[in-house]
Design a protein around this ligand. Structure first.
Ligand SMILES: [Zn+2]
Length: 354
């Protein structure tokens, strides 16, 4: 028993040495082996002290000729075995990608969203559906702006990680079947959406972000001296500036009017009311004044260069409130004027003659 175990330990030790020696040989390293055992198996694999010098000089001499590690590529074995190349699998899932072709249109001077939409037989909101940037004040429908014209009413959705067909259908309130039925979407069972593609969602309308100003009660409660009596407007509206040079009318993608006017032009309150916001607005309005007229109406004066009122201040119709400018998402000196009734953006031209 004891002898057998000893033998196992010895031979086991030899085996480890053999593996180690082979590894080191392959690495081109010199190895000083202890062959004291006199074991034949070890001697065949591991060079003895006496053989070392000759072996090492043979192995090292080519590398000594140059310092570059890549010099003897011609000595490397060339693999010609191709058995590891993957075979073509005809059953691999190869999804079709959407293949859209869109017309483009370059905005001409004097164009309006309604005119452009009519020309292509689509709804004005579809202009926003194909061109999300239109909802940003800075770009507008300016001359030379290049628009993507969708062939049918709807919107173009950029597929994002995690998007599913069911998710899109729910988000845009459009049945899954209608998204699949739009042929250029190239949707086939199992209807996986592919990243970095666009899906046209027929009939969908792109939602607009609408920033909401503080309410009258919020502003009033900030002032000392108890509850401020609600100042009611006249219910009539006057032009906030002198200029009548429209650069954009009210439409689905822009619920306001833009009127060009030199920076610093006088801006007046369109009706009597209480200022609920006066300052910088991070949502593109730039310097903004909002007046709550106490009768459901609010008016917005955006992109100003100067503000002469403070929140909580009561102003009367026609009173100077600030100066027009070119701040926020604005691409030229103009005023962006909004009229909201109970929070809904109305066409200001209903209230002031345009
Ligand atoms: Zn505007």
């Amino acid at each position: 028993m004891t002898d057998k175990r000893l033998a196992t330990q010895r031979y086991g030790g030899h085996l480890v040495l053999i593996v180690l020696a082979l590894f080191l040989l392959v690495m081109g390293r010199s190895l000083v082996a202890d062959a004291a055992d006199g074991d034949d198996d070890v001697e065949t694999a591991v060079p003895t002290d006496g053989d070392d010098t000759a072996d090492n000089s043979e192995m090292d001499s080519p590398a000594d000729e140059t310092s570059s590690p890549i010099t003897h590529t011609e000595e490397l074995p060339v693999f010609e075995d191709t058995s590891l190349s993957p075979a073509l699998n005809p059953y691999t899932y190869q999804p079709k990608l959407p293949e859209h072709t869109f017309q483009t249109y370059t905005v001409q001077r004097g164009d309006t969203p309604n005119k452009i939409a009519e020309r292509f037989g689509i709804q004005p909101e579809t202009l926003l559906g194909g061109n999300p940037f239109l909802s940003e004040e800075s770009n507008l429908l300016q001359s030379n702006a290049e628009l993507t014209i969708l062939p049918v009413d709807g919107l173009l959705h950029d597929v994002a990680p995690g998007d599913t067909l069911e998710g899109l259908a729910a988000r845009y309130s459009v049945p899954v079947e209608e998204i699949i039925a739009y042929a250029p979407n190239n949707l086939e069972f199992p209807y996986r959406l592919q990243p970095e593609t666009q899906i046209l969602v027929p009939g969908a309308v792109r939602e607009l972000f609408v920033w909401e100003p503080p309410t009258l009660t919020t502003v009033s409660s900030n002032t000392s001296g108890g509850i401020r009596p609600v100042v009611r407007g006249t219910g009539t509206f006057v032009w906030p500036i002198i200029s009548r040079y429209f650069t954009q009318y009210f439409w689905y993608g822009h619920r306001a009017i833009d009127v060009a006017t030199p920076e610093g032009s006088t801006t007046v309150a369109s009706d009597t009311g209480t200022v609920t916001f006066a300052g910088w607005n991070v949502y593109g309005y730039g310097n903004l004044i909002v007046i709550n007229h106490g009768n459901g109406y609010e008016t917005f004066y955006a992109h100003l260069s100067g503000i002469n009122v403070v929140p909580g201040q009561v102003v009367v119709q026609g009173q100077y409130i600030g100066a027009t400018g070119n701040t926020g998402n604005s691409s030229g000196p103009h005023i962006h004027f909004e009229v909201r009734l109970n929070g809904n953006q109305d066409d200001p031209c209903f209230y002031i003659s345009c």
